[in-house]
Write a protein that binds this ligand. Structure first.
Ligand SMILES: Nc1nc2c(ncn2[C@@H]2O[C@H](COP(=O)(O)OP(=O)(O)OP(=O)(O)O)[C@@H](O)[C@H]2O)c(=O)[nH]1
Ligand SMILES: [Mg+2]
Length: 366
């Protein structure tokens, strides 16, 4: 091709002859094997109960899928796994970003694996942005656990409503237990509502805190502290030890002002270092003592029963909401009403009543 700009008299940029670029569309795309057909539920259940990780992972993928066909299989698998579930310690772990959750889970996990048993690490993280980051982050931060045989690490189901994400994690707990995982960690980042969701599915709720600049207690919502069965101050190492101990004392005195817990257990405050592996055994001794205590006084079973009831209502709420919002006629009407509310032609309450009336009428006619 003629390139006037390559003329020796041309004073602008010159163009070099290039190399052929690869096609932008993968020529082998259509040669890829088709997706495997859905395995029958009974086959998955059989695999899960035998402890087959591949079957477990496939079932969890179905639980997380939005497709109705996948959901149908998933629900059947869960139902068949239920009689094999329940036999585990479910431990929720929360803390603000950077508190050291991943680093600590690696140490805690290795500590309990030494005693035998299997560990599943699940997460609840309803924000898609972080999910992408934390998959990468957790792979590197949980470097000891991620190469163990008896460990199943699963990042949070991808973004959706918190209720939806939490339900999937709860269902995944059932599958993991059926596969023989007798220790379940559910991690969540300590900002927002996800702690409540995690609290509603675990037996023990561990709050990881950091020693700060003296105003530790201000940043933490009271509600989260009230949910905690144990508070641990991480990064108690190097020249941070004194500050960590001070923070622990502050937490202890703050906890004394709280009303007694439902379980009768007094939450303990401990210092440790996840990174250097200091004080890990002490944290775990506390958790052991808690389980002994609540199994003795019956609170363990009571909490699980209450959680089961909670999840029944949560699931109903979610299904009602989905049924409403996913109805095409409702969607159309909603859009129209929304416009009128935005332009001040209609009050929010009347608009809401119009749409719900329409929905109830439609349901009654069916
Ligand atoms: N000095 C010290 N640093 C620690 C300790 N535990 C974690 N860290 C460091 O703190 C940083 C955050 O640790 P992570 O384990 O990724 O924290 P995280 O809570 O999982 O953070 P997110 O996944 O972002 O929510 C990392 O740079 C760790 O190396 C500890 O015990 N001592
Ligand atoms: Mg992390």
């Amino acid at each position: 091709m003629e390139h006037p700009e390559n003329d020796s008299k041309y004073t602008g940029l010159t163009v070099n002859s290039g190399v052929a670029q690869p096609p932008s569309v993968n020529p082998y795309l259509n040669l890829r094997p088709r997706r495997k057909p859905l395995p029958p539920p009974s086959e998955l259940v059989e695999g899960i109960v035998k402890g087959d990780i591949t079957a477990l992972a496939r079932a969890v993928t179905l639980v997380e899928s939005m497709q109705p066909a996948h959901q149908a299989v998933a629900q059947e698998v869960i139902e068949k796994c239920l009689p094999h579930s329940g036999n585990s310690r479910r431990i929720g772990i929360t803390g603000v970003p950077g508190a050291g959750k991943s680093t600590s889970i690696d140490e805690f996990g290795m500590h309990i694996l030494k005693r035998g048993g299997k560990l599943a690490v699940l997460a609840i993280d309803p924000s898609s942005e972080r999910t992408k980051g934390s998959i990468l982050g957790d792979k590197t931060r949980m470097e000891k656990l991620s190469v163990q045989n008896d460990v199943f690490i699963r990042p949070s189901p991808s973004a959706g409503s918190l209720g939806g994400v939490a339900r999937k994690t709860r269902e995944t707990i059932v599958l993991c237990e059926a596969a023989g995982f007798d220790n379940i960690f559910v991690e969540t980042v300590g900002v927002g509502q996800s702690e409540t969701a995690v609290h509603s599915m675990v037996d023990f709720f561990l709050l990881i805190q950091l020693a700060g600049t003296g105003d530790e207690l201000q940043g933490i919502k009271r509600g989260i502290m009230e949910m905690a069965d144990g508070i641990v101050i991480n990064k108690c190492d190097g020249d941070n030890v004194d500050r960590a101990k001070l923070a622990a004392a502050q937490f202890r005195s703050a906890l004394m002002l709280f009303p007694p817990t439902e379980s009768g257990w007094t939450p303990e405050v401990l210092c440790y270092s996840g990174y250097y592996g200091l004080g890990i055994a002490e944290v775990w001794d506390m958790i052991d003592r808690y389980f002994e205590f609540v199994q003795g006084n019956g609170y363990f079973d009571e909490r699980r029963r209450k959680q089961a009831r909670y999840w029944m209502y949560e699931t109903i709420n979610e299904q009602l909401r989905n049924n409403f919002y996913q109805n095409p006629d409702v969607q159309e009407l909603l859009l129209a009403k929304e416009q009128r509310v935005l332009s001040n032609e209609l009050s929010s309450f009347i608009a809401a009543r119009d749409v719900t009336d329409f929905y109830f009428k439609m349901k009654n006619e069916k």
